[in-house]
Design a protein around this ligand. Structure first.
Ligand code: ZN
Length: 126
């Protein structure tokens, strides 16, 4: 038995262009979900811009979650990132452990940088 195909209409949130969304099987999508999908697939400038923003956010999230597996610590880092993103601070340096610094800043092209620096001193006291 073939899955039934349904065609629904979604509207781009930015330009109002409608788009046919094909669903297969018993997938029930709300109008909001259809509109979100239409927006995601739209080629208008604001929709593309939104897509880039989301991809950037995902990139930042993935990096932080990977580098800081502790949810509490990751949460704190996200807060720091927000303060740099909204220009509250130009640059933030955190001393995490005695041998680990995290530096967050934005460059002149508004790209966010997160740099984790490990300071490894080999010291012996005997
Ligand atoms: Zn659009």
């Amino acid at each position: 038995m073939a899955d039934k195909k349904m065609e629904k209409i979604g509207t781009c949130a930015f330009c109002g262009q409608t788009r046919t969304i094909e669903t297969i099987g018993d997938v029930e999508l709300t109008q909001a979900e259809l509109d979100a999908m239409a927006t995601e697939r739209c080629t208008c400038v604001p929709a593309q811009e939104e897509k880039r923003k989301k991809a950037r956010k995902k990139k930042i999230n993935d990096f932080v979650n990977k580098k800081f597996p502790s949810p509490k610590l990751a949460g704190e880092i996200f807060m720091v990132i927000d303060t740099v993103e909204d220009n509250t601070f130009e640059e933030v340096t955190l001393k995490l452990y005695p041998d680990k610094n995290v530096r967050v800043w934005k460059d002149s092209d508004s790209n966010l940088h997160i740099k984790i620096k490990r300071i490894e001193d080999d010291e012996l006291k005997a």
